[in-house]
Design a protein around this ligand. Sequence first.
Ligand SMILES: [Mg+2]
Length: 407
Amino acid sequence: MTHAALNQLVFLVGGRGTRLGSLTAENPKPLLTVGGLPFLDYLIDNAARYGFTNILLLAGYLGKEFESRYQAMGRERGLTIDCLIEPEPAGTGGALLHAADRLADKFILCNGDSFFDINLLDLGLIDAGEDWLAKIALRQVEDGSRYGGIARQGERVVAFVERGDSGPALINGGIYLMRRQILDLIGPLPCSLERDVFPQLATQGRLFGRDYKAFFIDIGIPSDFAAAQDLVPAHVLRPAAFLDRDGVLNHDYGYVHRPEDFHWKDGAISAIKALNDAGFLVFVVSNQAGVARGYYDEEQVRLLHRWMSNVLALHGAHIDRYYFCPHHPDGVLPDYAIDCGCRKPQPGMIEQAFREWSIDRRSSLLIGDKPWDIAAAETAGIRGYLWEGDDLSEFVQTTVICQTTVI
Ligand SMILES: [Mg+2]
């Protein structure tokens, strides 16, 4: 694949948090406890599920607190989480410039004190021509006065103000897809992206924005910080969509294990994206008895899944995790010739996901093309849809998403 994968997510965590008064005397705002966990943990968990493995924290106020917590967490989770501490506050633009030699050509920048639960891969789909420097996630709110406000023509932002008007408004949601060349517009310091850089970009026609109806909370003021204690943990208990692979996502020719033999079924990619956009966790649960039979090995299955993820990312879609069962009682390889609990109709893969993720079982579901898929769903206590149709996207839109309330 020629395109460089987007895998860096940068968090702005340097602010003083003065509006929260004594709450931030000993803890920086993104580390305040929300529902029993530091707020930033939720944001990093979320970044990881989209495949962002390179996470950079731009810290300032009490910056050492981030270093000690997240470097260890990164190692445990297979992520690189680095912390850069600014010697003195120089605005959001200054924080970015301080990180200049660490930034990828394209990266996502997020505020560390708000959670806007958009599909993080969708911003890349905004059609912005060649010259764009930033694409912003926007949100409609009841009162725009705490946030940056914008005016648009289509998805091109034509005006950007640091503080919007009171009353209903479309606001800057604090998530940006950026190109590294934006650094050329930063300075002199201190420099605020919202006050000094985005208005210039809007004038130049290099700033774009798309609005999202996703969950949004900003913990910057005491009342919203209090509300977050219940809202955030409830929100991250997500519905899950378990998708069988062969026969649902791809044409089932029997023991498919190479990209060149993998042909997506119509609507499969857009169905996955629709589930991502609607706030579902999306898992593949696939019997791969070909491993036990010696036709291919586990690494080949993983390689195929990585290839699938690369294709999906180009379309703004992702699978949160692939679960597969390599066993079969009649296998020729002794290590795999077992009667296991993960091979469907057993529910082992679904149960493993329930142990590993925060999932709302009542609103979760499985889509499969064989009776054993549905049996696994039933044993796991989730709804199973037997689907042998032609367009998975249409089925997901009309049957699955409209019957499940998310957000
Ligand atoms: Mg199948």
